[in-house]
Design a protein. Structure first.
Length: 121
């Protein structure tokens, strides 16, 4: 099965479950240090071992690469202004910071209604 088909199925299932899907550039993830961000071919001399030549971080190469991908996804969300709004991705233009009181108002309303009912009984 091709990557496009896997990505299509993943996107379909994510929408059905109300989840977001992000595409992360995987270039040099096997050579980038998850702790300091230093990227160099010498960081990965063997298939299974990772050792950063800059900070000395040692890890399993696949685990290190997965942490790098996770960090890139977090940075994508934080730095691009991407928001998860209902089941859609949107950009606020303010690095993802948006003032909203919708949830606070709903919580405040339900708390006030509950306290009124308790006082009435």
């Amino acid at each position: 099965m091709g990557w496009h088909r896997i990505a299509s199925f993943l996107a379909y299932k994510a929408v059905k479950l109300g989840k977001a899907v992000f595409t992360i550039n995987a270039s040099y993830t096997s050579q980038e240090c998850a702790l300091c961000g230093h990227t160099h071919p010498d960081n990965r001399k063997s298939q299974d071992k990772f050792k950063c030549v800059s900070c000395g971080h040692i890890d399993n190469a696949d685990h290190n690469a997965s942490v790098v991908i996770k960090n890139r996804a977090i940075n994508l969300i934080l730095d691009s202004g991407t928001l998860l709004d209902d089941n859609h991705l949107s950009s606020s233009g303010r690095r993802g910071v948006r003032k909203t009181t919708k949830g606070v108002k709903a919580l405040f309303r339900s708390t006030n209604e509950a306290s009124k009912e308790m006082c009435a009984t």
